[in-house]
Design a protein around this ligand. Sequence first.
Ligand code: ZN
Length: 266
Amino acid sequence: MKLTILGTGNAMVTECYNTCFALSEGSRHFLVDTGGGNRILKVLKDAKISVEDIHDVFITHEHIDHLLGVVWLIRAAATKMNQGKYEGQMRIYCHRGLVETIRTIANLTLQKKMTKHFEEEIVFVPLESGEKMEILGYPVTFFDIYSTKAKQFGFTMELSDHKKFTCVGDEPYNEADYEFVKGSTWLMHEAFCLFGEAEEFKPYEKHHSTVKEACETAEELKIPNLILYHTEEKNLKNRKKLYTEEGKAYYHGNLYVPYDLETFHI
Ligand SMILES: [Zn+2]
């Protein structure tokens, strides 16, 4: 399984893209979040991921930096469908309340010749917490992260060789999800900024964590691989170095602070 980090930034970044990533098995892709707009098409192109090879998309929550790229993705897929270049269905997974939001925004902003594919080639899959699906041939369990800001779901995917890949969305891991997260071999966790810069970026008032807390969580859960994302972008060039240095004091597994478009074999 290949993981491509398409974007690593928080909502207001401009130098990198908003947080989103793709899991790929051969030429099939599972896209998780879409960032805030048209730039999703650019990062997919840069990552050599063709829209016609994306059949599974998961949107974690309604916030602009995760959701609005899906309208562009729908437009791109529908265009391919109209040209006879997209085979099969595009499935958009999200918690039940989000289905109507995405459908409404798409209906208000896209031409009928695009949205006519809804319910046929482009289908919404409303999720309940704890619901299991098979995606790219692997079992995936979606779960509520109990956000106090906007309902948000994360997921865990059971890979071969007892590996387990977990994404807890863009808020700190919630202990209520222990049953889903325990035993993970990979954890994607947000880190808004360095603990040393919390005064400057105020992550806590936005219900985000710092590198320190994300690392303490992964250490406590004994997760061997931790990927940090959804960050500020003040010093992107040195982010990897600075975040890794701070994180090492709290976490003894493999700590990754990727750039946009970095890939992993998981
Ligand atoms: Zn976000």
